[in-house]
Design a protein around this ligand. Structure first.
Ligand code: ZN
Length: 484
């Protein structure tokens, strides 16, 4: 049984919801570039630092040593996968996060060495690995209102590292697993003839409750040190509380209750059918086949979310010693960064073949940024991809089923996508055609795919020709078939 699974390395899951940074015009398409050298360097650096810093506690022997080594190796492997698949060393977000990090370091010169990584992932999250790497998701950058808020997030993660929270948590967890008390309880469960599973579940729950209480304490410690580091950078102190308010104000994932699918999946020629939203029965069987990191973290975020209010109160108590500056920042301060982060988060889902999640997040961002054609083009692309998978009987590989863990609106979208027949998908795609841009890289590729699935070889050749003329080294160059 996976007792280990109850331990989370990512000490804190942040959950926010709102607006972001700079006012200058930034790119309106995902970053396209080769990051492989940087990724390899980053993985090597992490390996060296883990060897140096994750040293086996002297009192650990045999079983404890084995668990410790396994956890360390597992964490390194997981991080390696995240870096390979999703680390983003781009021209906007990475330099921005690095610059904010550098400000903190220069204002607090005695801090130990830390490094930042940006990960393209829609979940609003940041975490400290425990050897000095601070990870920031694009989903978090898409929500922050200004630089000071990112500053506090980074200070908080630096504090976890300085206070050695990750390694202390792991050590404490292993000590508990090996303790007489725990081993005795486990023996009792093994000896009992009935309800072994229930008894084990309740033991795990007890552990989770304890660790949740412990997590609150370490969050408070991290916030205290973070606030000190943050004040040294001369940022507006109020922004730390404002950040907690962002977490607190979220009462649903990604604020999706106003999302209306009708205008996207229907048009006068092919009207939207309300019946598509009805959930089919007995469909959850294959749900497990498409669990992914994004959704897992979403659930974790929601679990820890209520702590924001407690953290805000704590920050209020720390703030009394400082002169409180007036809040003058507006959401538009970070607008450029927010937009690019939203684009990268959607792109990450698309590249993962996570088409329902890509559609869902693209529709949400389309509402916030109607001027960005990318969000419309990607929805059209995903519908074509779903058509191809449906035709090849591989739809369950790329389309999730509804779940109790998801928001009602996301479940509605999943029902909709699962209810579409092949011909529905083609008609829906035709409706989307009116919104697809005919000059952008994504728009042209979307047109090409649509022409392919609808069997229009003349249109397919035309889209391909236009794409290759405008984007001779484009990112979809390899995706064109030889014939047309
Ligand atoms: Zn934390």
């Amino acid at each position: 049984m996976s007792i280990k699974a109850t331990l989370s390395f990512t000490i804190c899951f942040l959950y926010l919801g709102c607006i972001v940074l700079f006012s200058q015009a930034l790119r309106s398409e995902p970053f396209y570039g080769n990051n492989s050298i940087q990724k390899e360097l980053e993985k090597k650096r992490i390996h060296t630092r883990m060897e140096e810093q994750w040293v086996l506690p002297a009192h650990f022997q045999k079983d404890s040593k084995k668990i410790f080594d396994t956890e360390r190796a597992q964490l390194e492997t997981e991080l390696g996968t995240i870096i390979d698949k999703k680390a983003l060393f781009d021209d906007v977000l990475y330099p921005y996060v690095k610059a904010v990090h550098a400000k903190i370091i220069s204002a607090n010169p005695s801090l130990p060495l830390t490094q930042v990584i940006v990960v393209a992932e829609a979940t609003p999250n940041a975490f400290s690995v425990g050897e000095g790497t601070l990870v920031v998701h694009t989903g978090l950058l898409a929500e922050l209102e200004n630089e000071a808020q990112l500053n506090f997030v980074l200070c908080h993660e630096i504090a976890h590292y300085v206070l050695q929270h990750t390694i202390k948590q792991l050590t404490g967890h292993i000590e508990h697993l090996q303790s007489k008390e725990f081993q005795n309880e486990l023996k009792k469960i093994q000896a009992s003839q009935y309800n072994q599973f229930d008894l084990f579940e309740s033991l795990v729950q007890k552990m989770q409750f304890k660790s949740r209480y412990h997590n609150r304490l370490i969050e408070r410690q991290a916030d205290s040190l973070a606030y000190h580091l943050f004040i040294n950078t001369d940022a507006n102190p109020n922004q730390a509380q404002r950040l907690m308010q962002l977490f607190q104000d979220i009462d649903e994932p990604l604020k999706d209750s106003l999302l209306n699918f009708e205008p996207h999946f229907g048009c006068s020629k092919h009207p939207y059918k309300k019946s598509w939203e009805q959930q089919k029965k007995s469909v959850w069987a294959s749900a497990v086949s498409k669990q992914n990191i994004a959704r897992q973290s979403l659930r974790d975020s929601l679990k820890t979310h209520p702590d924001a209010l407690l953290r805000m109160k704590w920050l209020d108590s720390l703030a009394t010693n400082h002169q409180v500056k007036t809040l003058t920042t507006t959401a538009s301060e970070s607008l450029g960064i927010r937009r690019v982060s939203a684009i990268e988060s959607v792109e990450a889902a698309y590249r993962d073949h996570d088409y329902d999640w890509a559609i869902y997040t693209a529709l949400l961002h389309q509402k916030a940024y109607p001027e960005i054609g990318y969000f419309k083009d990607i929805v059209a692309l995903c519908i074509s991809e779903l058509y191809t998978h449906s035709k090849n009987h591989t739809l369950s590989d790329v389309l999730a089923q509804t779940s109790l863990y998801y928001s009602p609106r996301y479940n509605q979208l999943l029902s909709l996508l699962n209810n579409f027949s092949l011909s529905d998908l083609l008609l829906v795609r035709e409706c989307l055609e009116a919104n697809t841009s005919s000059n952008s890289e994504y728009g042209l590729f979307a047109k090409y795919l649509y022409a392919q699935i609808s069997g229009d070889s003349a249109a397919s050749q035309e889209a391909k020709k236009k794409y290759l003329q405008q984007y001779p080294d484009g990112r979809f160059k390899q995706n064109f078939s030889n014939g047309n």
